[in-house]
Design a protein around this ligand. Structure first.
Ligand SMILES: Cc1cc2nc3c(=O)[nH]c(=O)nc-3n(C[C@H](O)[C@H](O)[C@H](O)COP(=O)(O)O)c2cc1C
Length: 176
């Protein structure tokens, strides 16, 4: 397996949970992105003062798995600032998101497909993007209920079924 580190940003915990799951399964290093101004409302509108420096020396890794949410159909500033700042050191990038847009909605205005395109524009060495929509852990009859979807967080109790299958497939890909 390529020497890997998981780098993540999370506001409400789902991507933190996912990032730790990935690092546990791959038995690799992990570090959190710490925005200098970690105020959700500011970050939501792209108002960023950049991130604090990473403690890990990224040049030591063959692959970086970047994990974080999608807001308003955008590649959010903590993640974008990370990629731009460390571009020269990133040998290979993989982007993973626990987002709200389902596979069915991926090409809509707030769908994850637009963000994947953006990541690949910014980081030419982005070799793979993977979505693990939170909707997969919401009961089927509630998946259209935006309130329920937005209030759901990934956790040990709900990390099973379809999302776990996608996760296992992703781990297999990353282990090859
Ligand atoms: C203000 C806001 C805007 C969001 N916009 C989108 C979006 O455009 N597309 C999407 O797929 N998910 C969207 N989401 C859902 C988040 O990506 C999802 O809840 C994610 O799991 C949150 O990650 P976190 O718990 O690690 O912070 C949005 C969430 C918030 C709070």
């Amino acid at each position: 397996m390529k020497k890997t580190i998981v780098i993540y940003y999370s506001n409400n915990g789902s991507n933190r949970f996912l990032a730790h799951k990935i690092a546990d399964r791959l038995q690799c290093d992990i570090e959190e992105i710490r925005p200098r101004l970690n105020i959700h409302l500011f970050l939501l509108f792209g108002l960023s003062l950049g991130n604090r420096s990473m403690k890990s020396d990224l040049v030591n890794y063959e692959r970086i798995i970047l994990c974080g949410p999608i807001w308003m159909g955008r590649f959010i500033s903590p993640l974008k600032d990370f990629v731009i700042r460390y571009k020269e050191k990133i040998k290979e990038l993989v982007f993973v998101t626990c987002c709200a847009s389902s596979f069915k909605m991926k090409d809509e205005k707030f769908g994850h497909a637009h963000v994947f395109k953006k990541v690949q524009e910014i980081a030419e060495n982005c070799v793979h993007c993977e979505a693990m929509p939170i909707t997969l852990v919401v009961p089927e009859d509630k998946r259209e209920d935006a309130q329920v979807v937005m209030n759901t967080r990934l956790n040990e109790a709900n990390f099973n079924g379809e999302i776990l299958q996608i996760f296992d497939g992703f781990i297999k890909k990353m282990s090859a």
